[in-house]
Design a protein around this ligand. Structure first.
Ligand code: COA
Length: 499
């Protein structure tokens, strides 16, 4: 086992217990870790670091990951006071609470920006790269596990590298990765990807073994989540979206097998992909961040030919089947660094159909994906902006109401802006589809009210719209600054947006 997993002779005397490896971490360091939507993140060393925190040590670490990571890293380091700053995305309750209570500093950023910021030096020096792997090659090359995220960039830029070899992750994953790192401007060159399945790099992260100061063995599995069951609203949204895509094919604006698909995570995203299984579309391609259960189902059903992503976020109940049948999937899936999976140049070139989820949408098509009632951080923008801004078609889905109809997800003005009206093409709710392409703001407002708004809120929205059209002197994007956020204010004061 050890021989297969640790093939580099000089590293054999650097195998140590997680507690020993945790001693490399000093106060105020910046740490880059593997991990993306909680897959392929380090577990044993963070748990050992948390023990130092429990003893009262204040390390004040800056933690930069690919995206969200599991409880062993995010939850434990925040609860034990080890983490001071966090970039670029999280979905952990303890971290979310600490962010909202102002206890840790968080910059929520486009996931394609993080790797280049590391390479530009905008975060300062990366002291330690802590990455999970399935094995280390003879030459020190690191074979990642279920995600790539920013691991290659952290390994490239860090002073020291610590590798967790996770034996719960199968060696069969070797060969599924494609590692490529663009140079910084002014030496950057075009990224040679013109099809989702193209390989352009190495199947390991190049690393000089001299940089690897510790190798830790662990068998703690990824803590991915079960996919929420597909409910009626998700089914309706999926069906509206598929009808919309069919019409685009009829109008010859999309080829019969569509264009490469990106879908966010979560139940609606999963429902949309699941809906495609029943559809007439074939030979689909996926170029996304996350390869989740539904992507495997599409491959199983013979509907999808290939899925490129930066992580496998497979639910616990599906994972065994995925690993047991990995040979079947191996030439149909590929994991790239997030600098490539989320790269605007490639997204624009491939003509991605981007499907992401909104918390709320406003009359003019602006989207809030991250901050509830304008200031409570949920997760972050994640990769949604990378895809939305550069896609062939930018689609947002949201249920038209939340919290037992006390909240309308279509509001006069969003309480936080993640995606502006200029980037959003299509809104889908369980009520219907609003196609905003080519429409002026006033026309968008009418389309959104008519097609996407819940009946409980249609009249109040029309009332707002007619009021501002009458009373605002500017008729292009008319608003009442007094009333635009009054629905949110009312909810916060009374528990409902309804009058
Ligand atoms: N106003 C206030 N709260 C709202 C709301 C609204 N308009 N719409 C939903 N909510 C609340 C829900 O009630 C729920 O609250 P709870 O946690 O107290 O139960 C919470 O927001 C999450 O809603 P849910 O319907 O469970 O959302 P989800 O799991 O489908 O996630 C996002 C939706 C937007 C939070 C999630 O997709 C996300 O973080 N997106 C940004 C990142 C992203 O797009 N990543 C993928 C890119 S590749």
């Amino acid at each position: 086992m050890l021989k297969e997993r640790l093939r580099c002779e000089v590293l054999k005397n650097r195998v140590m217990e997680p507690e020993q490896a945790a001693q490399f971490f000093k106060k105020g360091m910046t740490i880059g870790t593997s991990g993306f939507t909680p897959a392929g993140y380090p577990k044993a060393v963070p748990l050992a670091l948390a023990k130092r925190g429990k003893k009262g040590e204040k390390l004040d670490l800056t933690i930069i990951t690919g995206a969200s990571v599991g409880e062993e890293l995010d939850g434990e380091l925040v609860k034990t006071g080890i983490m001071k700053r966090r970039y670029p995305y999280q979905t952990n309750k303890a971290v979310r609470d600490a962010i909202n209570q102002g206890k840790i500093e968080y910059e929520d950023m486009h996931l394609s920006h993080t790797p280049q910021w590391v390479k530009y030096g905008f975060f300062g020096k990366i002291d330690i790269a802590l990455v999970e792997a399935v094995a280390i090659r003879e030459d020190g090359g690191i074979i990642p596990s279920t995600s790539v995220g920013n691991s290659n960039v952290f390994v490239e830029m860090a002073d020291k590298v610590i590798v967790e070899i996770n034996t719960s992750q199968p060696l069969a994953l070797e060969g599924v990765h494609d590692i490529y790192s663009p140079k910084n401007p002014p030496n950057r060159e075009p990224i040679p990807i013109t099809k989702p399945h193209q390989r352009i790099g190495t199947n390991y992260i190049p690393c000089n073994p001299k940089k690897i100061v510790a190798v830790v063995f662990t068998d703690i599995p990824d803590k991915t989540r079960e996919v929420a069951p597909i409910d009626e609203n998700a089914k309706k949204m999926a069906s509206h979206l598929i009808e919309f895509l069919k019409k685009e094919v009829e109008l010859k604006r999309l080829p019969k097998n569509l264009l490469p698909l990106q879908s966010g995570v979560g139940s609606v995203a999963n429902a949309v992909l699941a809906g495609l299984i029943e559809s007439e579309f074939e030979d689909l391609m996926i170029y996304s961040e996350v390869i989740q259960d539904a992507a495997l189902d599409l491959i199983d059903a013979g509907k999808a030919k290939f899925a490129s992503g930066t992580s496998f976020t497979i639910s616990p109940s599906r994972l065994k089947n995925f690993y047991d049948n990995f040979d079947k999937y191996k030439d149909k899936v590929l994991l790239r660094p997030q600098e490539i999976s989320n790269n605007p140049e490639i997204i624009r070139r491939l003509g991605i159909i981007a499907m992401n989820t909104a918390i709320e949408v406003d009359l003019y098509g602006n989207v809030n994906s991250s901050n509830i009632m304008g200031s409570r951080m949920m997760n972050g923008i994640g990769g949604s902006g990378d895809f939305t801004r550069n896609a062939y078609l930018s689609i947002f889905t949201t249920v038209s109401v939340a919290k037992n109809r006390k909240i309308s997800s279509i509001v006069p003005m969003v309480s936080h802006h993640d995606h502006t009206e200029h980037d959003v093409d299509i809104i889908v709710t369980e009520q219907g589809v609003a196609d905003l392409r080519g429409l002026s703001p006033k026309e968008r407002a009418k389309t959104i009210i008519e097609n996407c708004t819940h009946p409980d809120y249609k009249e109040p929205l029309l009332e707002y719209y007619h009021d501002v059209m009458k009373n605002c002197i500017y008729k292009h994007t008319p608003h009442s600054l007094e009333k635009a956020l009054s629905w949110h204010k009312r909810f916060l004061e009374t528990g409902t947006m309804k009058k």
